[in-house]
Ligand binder design. Structure first.
Ligand code: PEP
Ligand code: MG
Length: 894
């Protein structure tokens, strides 16, 4: 039979899976000899069993009873003993910290009888009644389901009646009266009396904590943090110690370093004569932890000592909850504390300097996501108070503008030169023009994959979504938050990195980290720390990191950011703008001669593009992909054109001949599903001269760079290959043109020809394809679309949020590689490709190449490199380094 209960003396920090984070760390502190009130932990397995069956697993009650008896012996009194009650706290604690998301019940064991015993034995009536009213409030709301606001209202009414500014001004008689009120409230709301049997209180409290794992708040939080739903929570049952016994008692929280900046020192808050959640709930103003030194020097001294012990033991920033009961210090919780991205880098570097961790461990403790946050311009919030509202940081960056409440107003004001923030309950496709016009988008509803979030991220626009504290009134054109009303036209600042909204214009600070990547100039402080971390990552990583870039400027930036070449140069942008006329001519050509003329017009322009890029990446590989999208994308919009032609006809004028021809071509090329239509290599095989023109442009650019003394390393990549025959034919054409250019220029141009693997069939026949391809590059965008059978452009806004909501996706497969499906195809292609051609070079150039989790996967399957957008190059470098680390003990990143 499984074991469901562990005493604090039996566990340890490595048992977080079984005991939850809090239980494991309480056990660890107990083992270290720190003053932890005695107690025991009910395992996560018991919770899982309870949630699966709806009842307690067999044997749990007996185990708890056994442990409780032992605890009672240690304490020298029984749970709820009428003349001197032992009281218990019952606290949740999952594997990963989910702050405030699940339930806690304190003071279990108080009854109408034992409250009198507690008053007598403590000699403190007020303390006893205060504890009892707290129990009624917590038990009533979390266990018995009474709306918590009813208790708050009753407390507020009593304070008003007594003219009491806070709870400390209520005396024992007031609190005894409040207990009576609460009991009536419970009876009225539930039809049941508050249980007077301490054992029943305990049992029901444990059940309530189990059940709180599936509470709405907890589920929403898990989804956001990607915490699996099937872990369950442990329950910690512990002897109560009391911070509410008078001015010589109190509760506090402490950090061993500043979690915002990482600076060493003592940070925290303390609240005299208070219990449990009071400190974080903001019921009274807390004092800075330093104050404790004045209030209770001995407890402060001990606390400082324990903090140091813990930091050395955990070798990391610890956050701590403690209570002082009549001058005696008790440690109630510790964990490796959450921190900002800046603090994560700073602390890791300092711990290396203090010889507490190795550089590899320091690398494990930072993240690409954190680095990305440091690269955006940020608000300088020094000296500013708390934000007006919080939401989900959906698309990072900082933006300032006036609040507007619909798309049309956003467009109107933006056109007049105003900076605007579009505020909506949630957005829909009709809001798109407004989103484009706005600096930032703020919504009160919806998650990370809501329409607002997906679209804003796609546009690189700042977005905070699901800011539930704000109420949007689009009719009155205003929103309210925290009692403040913000009318249309009011300036607000939106921080998409932190998910915060502030009133007024918060000044912007350039990212010094971004400046470092741009210039390579190191400096002290954060930049120096980041630079050292990057060096460590570069030293250990096995994966190469290239960039997706198709202009010389992007290529140069990518190189400054540390790219070791270009993994994907998309050639389609080279067919836009002024060149459109030539492209149109190529498409409309009726004869070979006409087409050749158009292609000849494009050739020098393409060549110049490649010369610039090859120069920027001199000495490094540049993978140039042949044209991929369907040709009609380069023609005018079909509807627009049809309307123009029809309007001219309606005026009785003869339609413009060119427009007529264009419309005819657009109609001819129209596809219901262009994503699966005439594109990629298929285009090259049916449009004569297209491949030859592009390859000639590449080859001539290489020759030109060589003549100029450069070291160009162009590679030619064929997109959307399904079968080996396609690449066989294209390769022959490529080689023919290369030979021609070599002959004509007298310079041997020899570019490797490879292929993208972005269709399931290509992955499944990779062994055959490798016979013809010198390299593979996984196009995981298309590979994801075609493996799942959905089009990215259509589905993200249509049903992704529903899929995430229902747990079908943990994360969008376009964001993080779907290891099970798409990843399996990648593995097959790597294995079979390398079997056919051992020196096959393999990379990835889909968006996943810059996604931290996916980078770890690509490292695992043995790719040679990842390629991503220039701005993500540092992130990919960092994560590639972390992926290569032996299993070091990183900080808990959740
Ligand atoms: C891909 O499909 O992953 C890819 C890189 O190509 P594109 O995004 O241009 O289709
Ligand atoms: Mg593709």
């Amino acid at each position: 039979m499984p074991r469901y209960v562990y005493d604090f003396t039996e566990g340890g920090r490595d048992m977080a899976g079984v005991l939850g984070g809090k239980g494991a760390n309480l056990a660890e502190m107990t083992r270290m000899g720190l003053p932890v009130p005695p107690g025991f932990t009910v395992t996560t397995e018991a919770c899982r069993a309870f949630l699966a069956s709806g009842t307690e697993p067999e044997g749990l009650q007996q185990e708890i009873a056994g442990r409780l008896a032992a605890l009672e012996r240690t304490a020298g009194r029984r749970l709820g003993q009428p003349d001197d009650p032992l009281l218990l706290s019952v606290r949740s604690g999952a594997r990963f910290s989910m702050p405030g998301m699940m339930d806690t019940i304190l003071d279990i064991g108080l009854t109408d009888e034992s409250v009198l015993g507690l008053a007598k034995v403590s000699g403190q009536d007020r303390f006893a009644w205060d504890s009892y009213r707290r129990l009624l409030q917590m038990f009533g709301s979390t266990v018995m389901g009474v709306d918590g606001a009813l208790f708050e209202n009753a407390l507020a009414a009593l304070k008003t009646a007594r003219n009491a500014p806070d709870d400390l001004h209520l005396d024992a008689a007031d609190l005894a009266g409040l207990v009576e009120t609460y009991q009536q409230l419970i009876r009225r709301e539930t039809g049941e009396d508050f249980p007077q049997d301490p054992a029943e209180q305990l049992r029901r409290a444990v059940h309530a904590v189990f059940a709180s794992w599936n509470g709405e708040r907890a589920r929403v939080y898990r989804r956001r943090e990607h915490i699996p739903d099937d872990l369950g929570t442990a329950v910690n049952i512990q002897m109560m110690v009391f911070g509410n016994r008078g001015s010589d008692s109190g509760s506090g929280v402490a950090f061993t370093r500043d979690p915002a900046t990482g600076r060493p020192g003592v940070y925290g808050d303390y609240l005299t004569n208070a219990q449990g959640e009071d400190v974080v709930a903001g019921i009274r103003n807390t004092v800075a932890l330093d104050e404790l030194e004045r209030l209770d020097p001995e407890s402060y001294r001990q606390l400082r000592g324990h903090m140091q012990t813990l930091e050395h033991h955990y070798r990391d920033l610890c956050d701590i909850e403690f209570t002082v009961e009549r001058g005696r210090l008790w440690m109630l919780q510790t964990r490796v504390g959450k921190r900002t991205a800046e603090a994560a880098f700073a602390i890791a570097a300092e711990l290396v300097e203090e010889n507490l961790i190795t550089p590899d461990e320091a690398l494990a403790r930072v993240s690409g996501e954190g680095l990305a946050r440091l690269m955006f311009p940020r608000f300088d919030t020094t000296g500013l108070g708390a934000p007006l509202a919080h939401g989900i940081p959906a698309s990072p960056g900082a933006a300032v503008g006036v609040a507007v409440f619909d798309s049309a107003e956003a467009v109107r004001r933006a056109a007049a030169g105003e900076k605007v923030v579009l505020v909506r309950q949630e957005t829909n496709p009709d809001d798109l023009p407004g989103m484009v016009a706005a600096q930032a988008v703020l919504t009160s509803r919806g998650g990370k994959t809501s329409h607002a979030a997906v679209v804003a991220r796609g546009m690189g626009k700042v977005c905070v979504c699901g800011a539930e504290e704000i109420t949007v009134d689009t009719v009155a054109r205003r929103f309210t938050a925290d009692g403040v009303t913000v009318e249309e036209g009011t300036v607000i600042s939106v921080d998409g990195s932190e998910g915060a909204v502030r009133l007024g214009s918060v000044p912007l600070a350039d990212s010094e980290v971004m400046r470092y990547f741009e210039t390579g100039e190191e400096s002290a402080g954060l930049v120096g720390v980041v630079a050292r971390t990057m060096q460590q990552a570069d030293a250990v990583r096995k994966l190469g990191v290239r960039a997706n870039a198709d202009t010389p400027e992007d290529a140069a930036r990518a190189r400054r950011f540390g790219a070791e070449g270009i993994g994907l140069c998309r050639t389609e942008h080279m067919f836009l703008g002024e060149r459109r006329k030539l492209v149109e001519a190529m498409i409309l050509a009726r004869t070979d001669a006409e087409r050749d003329r158009a292609l000849e017009g494009l050739l020098p322009l393409q060549r110049q593009d490649f010369v610039g890029i090859l120069a920027a990446m001199d000495g490094l590989p540049v993978t140039i992909r042949l044209l991929d999208p369907p040709l009609h994308e380069f023609l005018p919009d079909r509807t627009e054109l049809a309307v123009r032609v029809a309007a001219t006809q309606a005026h009785g004028d003869a339609p413009d001949a060119h427009d007529g021809e264009l419309l005819e071509a657009v109609n001819r090329m129209h596809e219901e599903n262009p994503m699966l239509g005439l594109r990629g290599v298929r285009l090259g095989l049916v449009v004569p001269g297209l491949v030859a023109m592009q390859v000639r442009a590449v080859a001539e650019a290489v020759a030109e760079r060589r003549r100029a003394g450069g070291d160009p390393k162009a590679e030619i990549m064929v997109p959307l290959v399904d079968t080996v025959e396609e690449i066989h034919i294209v390769r022959a054409e490529v080689e023919r043109v290369l030979a021609e250019v070599s002959e004509a220029t007298g310079i041997t141009v020899d570019c490797p020809v490879g292929t993208m693997i972005e269709l399931p069939r290509a992955a499944l026949t990779a062994g055959r394809i490798a016979e013809e391809a010198a390299f593979f590059s996984f196009g995981t965008n298309d590979l994801t679309q075609t493996t799942w059978g959905f089009s990215r452009d259509d589905v993200e806004a249509a049903f992704f949020s529903a899929y995430l909501e229902q747990g079908i996706f943990k994360v969008s497969p376009f964001e993080t590689i779907d290891r099970e499906g798409v990843g399996r195809l990648v593995e097959i292609a790597v294995t079979e490709g390398r079997a056919a051609r051992p020196d096959l070079k393999i990379g990835v150039c889909g968006e996943h190449g810059g996604d931290p989790d996916s980078v770890h996967f690509f490292h695992g399957v043995g790719l040679d490199y990842v390629s991503c957008s220039p701005f993500r190059v540092p992130i990919a470098r960092l994560e590639a380094g972390r992926a290569a680390l032996p299993d070091t003990e990183g900080s808990d990143s959740r």
